[in-house]
Design a protein around this ligand. Structure first.
Ligand code: ATP
Length: 221
Protein backbone atom coordinates (compact mmCIF):
# COMPACT_ATOMS: atom_id res chain seq x y z
CA UNK A 1 0.00 0.00 0.00
CA UNK A 2 2.74 2.46 1.07
CA UNK A 3 6.28 1.65 0.03
CA UNK A 4 9.10 3.96 1.09
CA UNK A 5 12.51 3.19 -0.28
CA UNK A 6 15.68 4.87 0.99
CA UNK A 7 13.85 8.04 1.96
CA UNK A 8 16.18 10.83 3.00
CA UNK A 9 15.19 14.37 3.92
CA UNK A 10 17.73 17.10 4.45
CA UNK A 11 16.63 20.58 5.49
CA UNK A 12 19.06 23.20 4.37
CA UNK A 13 18.99 26.60 6.02
CA UNK A 14 21.60 29.36 5.69
CA UNK A 15 23.71 28.24 8.61
CA UNK A 16 22.90 24.55 9.16
CA UNK A 17 21.95 21.39 7.40
CA UNK A 18 19.63 19.00 9.24
CA UNK A 19 19.20 15.42 8.17
CA UNK A 20 15.62 14.86 9.35
CA UNK A 21 15.38 11.39 7.78
CA UNK A 22 18.23 9.12 6.86
CA UNK A 23 17.51 6.33 4.33
CA UNK A 24 14.21 5.10 5.72
CA UNK A 25 12.80 1.88 4.25
CA UNK A 26 9.27 1.13 5.28
CA UNK A 27 6.38 -0.82 3.91
CA UNK A 28 2.80 -0.38 5.16
CA UNK A 29 0.37 -3.08 4.10
CA UNK A 30 -3.25 -2.46 3.09
CA UNK A 31 -5.45 -2.65 6.18
CA UNK A 32 -2.55 -2.17 8.58
CA UNK A 33 -2.64 0.23 11.54
CA UNK A 34 0.92 1.40 12.10
CA UNK A 35 2.21 3.77 14.73
CA UNK A 36 5.39 5.83 14.65
CA UNK A 37 7.11 6.86 17.89
CA UNK A 38 10.35 8.52 18.88
CA UNK A 39 11.74 11.53 20.75
CA UNK A 40 11.01 15.10 19.76
CA UNK A 41 12.82 16.11 16.57
CA UNK A 42 13.55 12.54 15.40
CA UNK A 43 11.67 13.02 12.12
CA UNK A 44 8.18 11.60 12.78
CA UNK A 45 6.18 14.46 11.28
CA UNK A 46 8.59 14.75 8.38
CA UNK A 47 8.07 11.06 7.62
CA UNK A 48 4.29 11.37 7.82
CA UNK A 49 4.30 14.48 5.63
CA UNK A 50 6.40 12.71 3.02
CA UNK A 51 4.01 9.73 3.07
CA UNK A 52 1.16 12.22 2.67
CA UNK A 53 2.82 14.01 -0.25
CA UNK A 54 2.81 17.26 1.74
CA UNK A 55 6.60 17.32 1.75
CA UNK A 56 9.09 16.00 -0.80
CA UNK A 57 12.03 13.77 0.08
CA UNK A 58 15.55 14.90 -0.84
CA UNK A 59 16.25 11.36 -2.07
CA UNK A 60 14.42 8.04 -2.29
CA UNK A 61 11.23 6.68 -3.79
CA UNK A 62 7.61 6.52 -2.69
CA UNK A 63 5.04 4.15 -4.13
CA UNK A 64 1.43 4.38 -3.01
CA UNK A 65 -1.02 1.75 -4.14
CA UNK A 66 1.57 0.43 -6.59
CA UNK A 67 2.08 3.82 -8.25
CA UNK A 68 5.47 5.51 -8.21
CA UNK A 69 4.59 8.91 -6.78
CA UNK A 70 8.01 10.50 -6.97
CA UNK A 71 7.55 10.86 -10.72
CA UNK A 72 4.26 12.82 -10.41
CA UNK A 73 4.01 16.53 -11.11
CA UNK A 74 2.54 18.75 -8.40
CA UNK A 75 -0.93 18.79 -9.93
CA UNK A 76 -1.22 14.99 -10.12
CA UNK A 77 0.19 14.82 -6.61
CA UNK A 78 -2.47 17.20 -5.27
CA UNK A 79 -5.16 15.19 -6.95
CA UNK A 80 -3.83 11.91 -5.62
CA UNK A 81 -3.60 13.43 -2.14
CA UNK A 82 -7.17 14.66 -2.28
CA UNK A 83 -8.63 11.39 -3.55
CA UNK A 84 -6.60 8.77 -1.73
CA UNK A 85 -5.40 10.27 1.55
CA UNK A 86 -7.09 11.65 4.65
CA UNK A 87 -5.22 13.77 7.20
CA UNK A 88 -5.75 14.30 10.92
CA UNK A 89 -3.57 16.75 12.87
CA UNK A 90 -2.88 17.31 16.56
CA UNK A 91 -4.34 20.82 16.45
CA UNK A 92 -7.36 19.81 14.33
CA UNK A 93 -6.83 22.41 11.55
CA UNK A 94 -10.52 23.23 11.24
CA UNK A 95 -11.66 26.49 9.68
CA UNK A 96 -13.26 28.58 12.41
CA UNK A 97 -15.44 30.64 10.05
CA UNK A 98 -17.09 27.55 8.55
CA UNK A 99 -19.76 25.38 10.17
CA UNK A 100 -18.97 21.80 11.12
CA UNK A 101 -20.84 20.61 8.03
CA UNK A 102 -18.94 22.98 5.71
CA UNK A 103 -15.59 21.94 7.21
CA UNK A 104 -16.38 18.30 6.50
CA UNK A 105 -17.56 19.06 2.95
CA UNK A 106 -14.35 20.89 2.08
CA UNK A 107 -12.32 18.02 0.53
CA UNK A 108 -15.31 17.23 -1.69
CA UNK A 109 -15.47 20.78 -3.05
CA UNK A 110 -11.91 20.39 -4.39
CA UNK A 111 -13.12 17.15 -5.95
CA UNK A 112 -16.06 18.90 -7.62
CA UNK A 113 -18.75 16.73 -6.03
CA UNK A 114 -22.26 18.22 -6.43
CA UNK A 115 -23.61 20.14 -3.44
CA UNK A 116 -26.39 17.60 -2.87
CA UNK A 117 -23.95 14.68 -2.77
CA UNK A 118 -21.52 16.67 -0.64
CA UNK A 119 -24.17 17.25 1.94
CA UNK A 120 -25.19 13.58 2.00
CA UNK A 121 -21.59 12.36 2.31
CA UNK A 122 -20.67 14.92 4.99
CA UNK A 123 -23.73 14.03 7.07
CA UNK A 124 -22.86 10.33 6.80
CA UNK A 125 -19.27 11.01 7.92
CA UNK A 126 -20.49 13.11 10.87
CA UNK A 127 -22.94 10.36 11.80
CA UNK A 128 -20.04 7.92 11.90
CA UNK A 129 -18.19 10.02 14.47
CA UNK A 130 -21.39 10.70 16.45
CA UNK A 131 -21.62 14.41 15.67
CA UNK A 132 -24.47 14.78 13.20
CA UNK A 133 -26.44 16.72 15.81
CA UNK A 134 -23.67 19.36 15.88
CA UNK A 135 -23.40 19.97 12.15
CA UNK A 136 -24.70 23.56 12.37
CA UNK A 137 -22.23 24.45 15.13
CA UNK A 138 -18.93 26.23 14.54
CA UNK A 139 -15.59 24.76 15.68
CA UNK A 140 -15.29 27.37 18.48
CA UNK A 141 -18.44 25.94 20.06
CA UNK A 142 -17.02 22.42 20.37
CA UNK A 143 -14.79 20.63 22.88
CA UNK A 144 -11.33 19.41 21.84
CA UNK A 145 -12.53 15.84 21.42
CA UNK A 146 -15.49 17.00 19.33
CA UNK A 147 -13.20 19.11 17.13
CA UNK A 148 -11.01 16.10 16.53
CA UNK A 149 -14.10 14.04 15.64
CA UNK A 150 -15.02 16.70 13.06
CA UNK A 151 -11.46 16.51 11.72
CA UNK A 152 -11.83 12.72 11.45
CA UNK A 153 -15.14 13.13 9.61
CA UNK A 154 -13.38 15.51 7.20
CA UNK A 155 -10.54 12.99 6.74
CA UNK A 156 -12.89 10.09 5.94
CA UNK A 157 -15.61 11.91 3.98
CA UNK A 158 -14.04 11.06 0.61
CA UNK A 159 -13.40 7.45 1.65
CA UNK A 160 -9.60 7.63 1.33
CA UNK A 161 -7.51 4.48 1.15
CA UNK A 162 -5.07 5.77 3.76
CA UNK A 163 -5.51 7.91 6.88
CA UNK A 164 -2.43 9.76 8.17
CA UNK A 165 -2.74 11.02 11.72
CA UNK A 166 -0.11 13.26 13.38
CA UNK A 167 -0.54 12.99 17.15
CA UNK A 168 -4.35 12.89 16.92
CA UNK A 169 -4.74 12.52 20.68
CA UNK A 170 -1.87 14.86 21.61
CA UNK A 171 -4.06 17.81 22.62
CA UNK A 172 -6.71 15.77 24.40
CA UNK A 173 -7.17 14.43 27.91
CA UNK A 174 -7.11 10.66 28.34
CA UNK A 175 -10.89 10.19 28.15
CA UNK A 176 -11.20 12.13 24.90
CA UNK A 177 -7.98 10.59 23.61
CA UNK A 178 -9.39 7.11 24.13
CA UNK A 179 -12.58 8.10 22.37
CA UNK A 180 -10.61 9.27 19.31
CA UNK A 181 -8.45 6.14 19.40
CA UNK A 182 -11.58 3.95 19.46
CA UNK A 183 -12.92 5.71 16.37
CA UNK A 184 -9.60 5.13 14.56
CA UNK A 185 -9.56 1.46 15.62
CA UNK A 186 -13.13 1.08 14.38
CA UNK A 187 -12.26 2.65 11.01
CA UNK A 188 -9.35 0.24 10.71
CA UNK A 189 -11.21 -2.88 11.80
CA UNK A 190 -14.63 -2.33 10.26
CA UNK A 191 -13.82 -0.26 7.19
CA UNK A 192 -10.39 -1.68 6.51
CA UNK A 193 -8.79 1.78 6.44
CA UNK A 194 -4.99 1.74 6.39
CA UNK A 195 -3.82 4.08 9.14
CA UNK A 196 -0.41 5.53 9.98
CA UNK A 197 -0.35 7.42 13.28
CA UNK A 198 2.43 9.43 14.92
CA UNK A 199 2.09 9.36 18.68
CA UNK A 200 3.98 10.07 21.89
CA UNK A 201 1.63 7.78 23.79
CA UNK A 202 2.90 4.25 24.30
CA UNK A 203 -0.58 3.04 25.41
CA UNK A 204 -2.15 4.22 22.16
CA UNK A 205 0.70 2.76 20.10
CA UNK A 206 0.25 -0.64 21.73
CA UNK A 207 -3.31 -0.80 20.43
CA UNK A 208 -2.08 -0.70 16.82
CA UNK A 209 -0.70 -3.59 14.74
CA UNK A 210 2.90 -2.45 14.53
CA UNK A 211 5.16 0.15 16.05
CA UNK A 212 8.05 1.78 14.21
CA UNK A 213 10.54 3.73 16.30
CA UNK A 214 12.68 6.54 14.94
CA UNK A 215 15.79 8.02 16.49
CA UNK A 216 17.70 10.90 14.91
CA UNK A 217 16.10 10.32 11.51
CA UNK A 218 16.80 6.60 11.40
CA UNK A 219 14.61 3.64 12.08
CA UNK A 220 15.45 1.79 15.30
CA UNK A 221 15.61 -1.91 14.45
N1 ATP B 1 11.15 23.37 7.63
C1 ATP B 1 12.22 22.94 8.32
N2 ATP B 1 13.42 23.56 8.17
C2 ATP B 1 14.53 23.16 8.83
N3 ATP B 1 14.55 22.10 9.69
C3 ATP B 1 13.38 21.44 9.87
C4 ATP B 1 12.17 21.82 9.21
N4 ATP B 1 11.17 20.96 9.60
C5 ATP B 1 11.74 20.10 10.47
N5 ATP B 1 13.06 20.38 10.64
C6 ATP B 1 14.01 19.63 11.49
O1 ATP B 1 13.95 18.26 11.14
C7 ATP B 1 14.01 17.44 12.30
C8 ATP B 1 12.78 16.53 12.36
O2 ATP B 1 11.60 17.31 12.60
P1 ATP B 1 10.16 16.67 12.79
O3 ATP B 1 9.17 17.79 12.94
O4 ATP B 1 9.92 15.69 11.72
O5 ATP B 1 10.32 15.90 14.17
P2 ATP B 1 9.25 15.16 15.09
O6 ATP B 1 9.84 13.84 15.46
O7 ATP B 1 7.92 15.17 14.45
O8 ATP B 1 9.24 16.11 16.38
P3 ATP B 1 8.06 16.44 17.47
O9 ATP B 1 7.80 15.15 18.19
O10 ATP B 1 8.74 17.45 18.36
O11 ATP B 1 6.89 16.98 16.71
C9 ATP B 1 14.14 18.38 13.49
O12 ATP B 1 15.50 18.48 13.85
C10 ATP B 1 13.64 19.71 12.95
O13 ATP B 1 14.27 20.80 13.59
Amino acid sequence: MIHLQDITKVYQTKSIETTALNRINLQVEAGEFLSIMGPSGCGKSTLLNIMGLIDEPTAGHIALNGQQITAYNSRSMARFRNEQLGFIFQSFHLIGELSVLDNVELPLIYRKVSSKDRRKMAEAALEQVGLKNRMRHFPGQLSGGQKQRVAIARAIVGQPKVILADEPTGNLDSVMGNEIMNILLHLNQEQKATIVMVTHDETMARKTHRLVRLFDGSQVL
